[in-house]
Design a protein around this ligand. Structure first.
Ligand code: UD1
Ligand code: UDP
Length: 378
């Protein structure tokens, strides 16, 4: 009797999902006994393609849905409609989605409509406020309730799911973001630092770097202007510090950043970076100023203090460990906290601790072992 080989379908669409699923896809691809297929919604285009290329991932299905200035309705409707056909053709036994984007939510929803089990990677993060981060908090709540297997990064995320009465198939495995980080750091070591140094002619050993990223929807408009104004004020007061800001391609980000920060000598506005260049730059930075989810997980591993430009975070572990601080989008608070870290060595040292609350680099292996055992029992 022939045994059917399980068909795994990975659905993702944005840069962070691709980074966080890449090590897991590679882990499955390196094992016998699975057919591994990739479907990208391409909710992102250039920023997704950068990651696909770096990790050498070749999607079987590319839904190519990204439109300039797309709305949540565009992504949801265009993606869901296109996924129906993919499911008919790919006929998966298990679908993987990651995190909290609209692609994660519609990937889980499409699988549910087709009665295909769903594995949710990075499950159980919660801020407790459905509008912050928006729409990610609701995306991840909905994805959890549509999913069958929940791979959570920390003890706290297990507890969050239990509070919502999700009690079966919870696995605390860490976050694959750390697997990706270790893969990237290995590559940097093998390639040699020079290639990276040459990529950033503005970096000088005797100057501190503040690495900036930002893209959250709840900050669009006034809050984003406050953030940019805070950066401008500190940059003008500290000409000896470089601010390096790879600007997200979202037009709601590009417009205020270019309008308010372009032309300052020590503020370097650059295009989104290929992943290894980005983590190399983070490793050279003195402070990370961000609203990104992924950066809140990576920066503690590199011992970099993070000022989190959000009111609330679902990644409280970094705050508890003392390496991250919430500063919201309040202009004066951002200015005060940045200046404290730049001026006060002991305040800086107390935050600059290398801690790894999100994993040890073995998460993908753990998940693949668990999935193997699930199929063995079937
Ligand atoms: C999306 C996710 C967010 C995630 C972020 C990671 C949703 C609703 N949002 O936000 O959870 O944290 O990705 O970066 O799922 N654009 C390009 N090229 C790209 C990518 C984006 O031009 O490669 C521009 C397009 O004009 C696009 C716009 O950015 O319409 C917004 O993209 P979208 O994916 O809707 O939202 P993000 O803010 O990127
Ligand atoms: N990143 C990157 N290039 C950049 C900026 C970020 O490769 O120019 C990586 C970063 O290392 C992290 C991820 O992208 O792994 C974070 O993505 P983003 O901030 O867009 O999304 P979020 O994590 O907030 O969902």
């Amino acid at each position: 009797m022939s045994v059917k080989i399980p068909n795994l379908l990975f659905i993702f669409g944005t840069r962070p999902e691709a980074i966080k699923l890449a090590p897991l896809i590679k882990e499955f691809a390196g094992r016998k006994g699975f057919v591994t297929k990739i479907c990208v919604t391409a909710q992102h285009r250039e920023m997704l393609d950068q990651v696909l290329e770096f990790f050498e991932l070749a999607p079987e299905y590319d839904l190519n849905i990204m439109k300039r200035g797309q709305s949540l309705f565009d992504v949801t409707v265009d993606g869901l409609r296109a996924l129906e056909k993919v499911f008919d053709e790919a006929n998966p036994d298990l679908v993987f989605v990651q995190g909290d984007t609209t692609t994660s939510f519609i990937g889980a929803l499409a699988a549910y409509y087709k009665k295909i089990p769903v594995a949710h990677i990075e499950a159980g993060l919660r801020s407790g406020n459905k509008y912050s981060p928006f729409p990610e908090e609701m995306n991840r709540v909905l994805a959890s309730h549509l999913s069958d297997y929940h791979f959570t990064p920390t003890r706290r995320s297990v507890g969050n799911l239990e509070k919502e009465n999700i009690r079966n198939h919870l696995y605390k495995v860490g976050n694959t973001v750390i697997d990706a980080l270790f893969l990237g750091l290995d590559l940097i070591r093998n390639k040699g630092e020079e290639a990276y140094q040459n990529h950033f002619p503005m970096i000088r050993d005797d100057r501190k770097i503040v690495l900036v990223t930002g893209h959250r929807r709840e900050s669009f408009g006034g809050p984003f202007e406050d953030i940019c104004n805070a950066i401008r004020i500190v940059a003008e007061e500290y000409p000896e510090v470089d601010f390096i800001y790879p600007v997200h391609l979202n037009p709601n980000v590009q417009e205020p950043v270019m309008r308010l920060l372009k032309g300052l000598k020590n503020v370097h506005l650059i295009a989104p970076l290929d992943y290894p260049y980005f983590i190399w730059l983070m490793s050279k930075s003195y402070i990370v100023l961000t609203d990104s989810g992924g950066l809140q997980e990576e920066a503690p591993s590199l011992g970099k203090p993070v000022l989190v430009m959000r009111q609330l975070t679902e990644r409280q572990e970094g705050v508890d460990a003392g390496t991250a601080k919430l500063v919201g989008s309040d202009r004066d608070k951002i200015i005060t906290e940045l200046k404290t870290l730049l001026d006060d060595k002991s305040a800086y040292e107390s935050m600059a601790k290398a801690v790894n609350p999100y994993g040890d680099g073995t998460t993908s292996k753990q998940i693949a072992d668990i999935v193997e055992s699930i199929f063995r029992k079937k």
